[in-house]
Design a protein around this ligand. Structure first.
Ligand SMILES: *Cc1c(COP(=O)(O)O)cnc(C)c1O
Length: 366
């Protein structure tokens, strides 16, 4: 008997190229798009090591844990790095980016995370992109947690290196990712003697052996299952409509935020201003004396399928994450999380109003 995962015909170069084109359409980009055969960390690291080197002066914006990682890679690549850190409960502004340029006019590379699923904030990339263009710097963007949840427009925003992964709002596989690369970014990589070549991290290898060669033959065996899953995911977004998918995420975030406030029990939105809150996930701060990871564990006991997590690392004590993305960007998932959190908080002796939370989330969804 043939197995649906194991006994597949080979994935053709033509099909691989068509899936790449599907990603390019999703991003509305005319830049080269490469699908990368691994989780999003692969193109995120590959792009930094290719585009940055000892001559690079980077502005690394830190609004969550990924920004810290990018700074490490940039320093590792020999770049001079100026970190611009903002508290995780807010977003960076174009004004702050401009101030950094004024202070360090030699900045020629900017790394930014669009939305942070880990901290629940989102940054105004369109406005920041304008500042980066005026500066003439290369613009690197991690859009893994924003794509599918809010607009991601590399061409309109002047993003030179835009990385996406399918595993968040796209509701797709985690083992494959993609990057759009501008002409300027390719030129920067080509001029960098330290850019990875003949390496799994190398974007230049793929450009030479795949894109520039007319996409006729794949350089390596493709991650076939992930590619098929990515294609299915693009088709599903296509049939629902990207605008509808994004609206679902926006509504889920509004409902989770309003519902948590109405629930009470000392729960507060972690991201203070609603405009800085990411559509992909809502983070909540627990009152002092309550341990977020314990509340989450209790809530998950009642329903292990709920998209709830505690914050990562040091945030595990104070932060609850409602990961209402992909298939979970629904009223049911948000209401389920609010009900389970309410019950877990009530067990700890806190006063909650689950009915008010339900009504507030319902109203906010509309
Ligand atoms: C989820 C995410 C990634 C991908 O990392 P994982 O460790 O696979 O979750 C990268 N960047 C951002 C901003 C993300 O939210």
């Amino acid at each position: 008997m043939t197995h649906p995962f194991l006994d597949l015909p080979p994935l053709s170069a033509e099909r691989f190229a068509a899936i790449e084109d599907g990603v390019a359409r999703l991003l509305g980009t005319r830049q080269d798009v490469l699908i990368t055969q691994g989780e999003a960390l692969l193109p995120l690291e590959g792009a930094i090591r290719a585009a940055a080197g000892p001559g690079t002066v980077a502005l690394n914006v830190i609004t969550g844990p990924y920004g810290q990682t990018f700074g490490d890679w940039l320093r590792d690549a020999g770049a001079t790095v100026h970190d611009l850190s903002v508290p995780f409960h807010t977003a960076v502004t174009a004004g702050q980016v401009r101030e950094a340029f004024a202070e360090h006019p030699e900045i020629d590379f900017v790394s930014l995370v669009h939305a942070e699923a880990a901290t629940g904030n989102t940054n105004p990339v369109a406005e920041i992109g304008e500042a980066v263009r005026e500066q003439g710097a290369l613009f690197y963007l991690d859009a893994v947690a924003s794509v599918g949840a809010e607009p991601v427009l590399p061409d309109a925003w002047g993003v030179d290196l835009c990385v996406i992964g399918a595993q968040k709002a796209m509701g797709g596989p985690a083992g494959v990712s993609a990057i759009s690369v501008s002409e300027r970014a390719w030129a920067r990589m080509a001029a960098n003697p330290n850019a990875p070549r003949r390496s799994y991290l190398s974007l230049l290898d793929w450009k030479e052996r795949w894109t520039d060669a007319g996409r006729k033959a794949l350089p390596h065996a493709p991650a076939q299952l992930e590619m098929l899953a990515l294609q299915a995911c693009l088709e599903r977004i296509g049939s629902e409509g990207l605008e509808t998918v994004m609206a679902r995420h926006r509504r889920a975030a509004r409902a989770a935020r309003a519902g948590a406030v109405a629930l009470g029990g000392g729960l507060q939105p972690y991201v203070r201003q609603e405009r800085d809150a990411a559509p992909v996930a809502t983070t909540l701060r627990v009152p002092s004396g309550v341990v977020a990871s314990q509340v989450v564990a209790r809530a998950l006991e009642s329903d292990p399928a709920l998209p709830l997590a505690a914050g990562g690392g040091a945030l595990a004590k104070e932060m609850i994450r409602v990961n209402h993305y992909g298939r979970d960007a629904t009223p049911g998932a948000v209401q389920g999380c609010l009900a389970a959190l309410g019950a877990a908080l009530a067990e700890q002796g806190l006063t909650v109003d689950p009915a008010a939370a339900r009504r507030a989330a319902e109203d906010a969804w509309r």
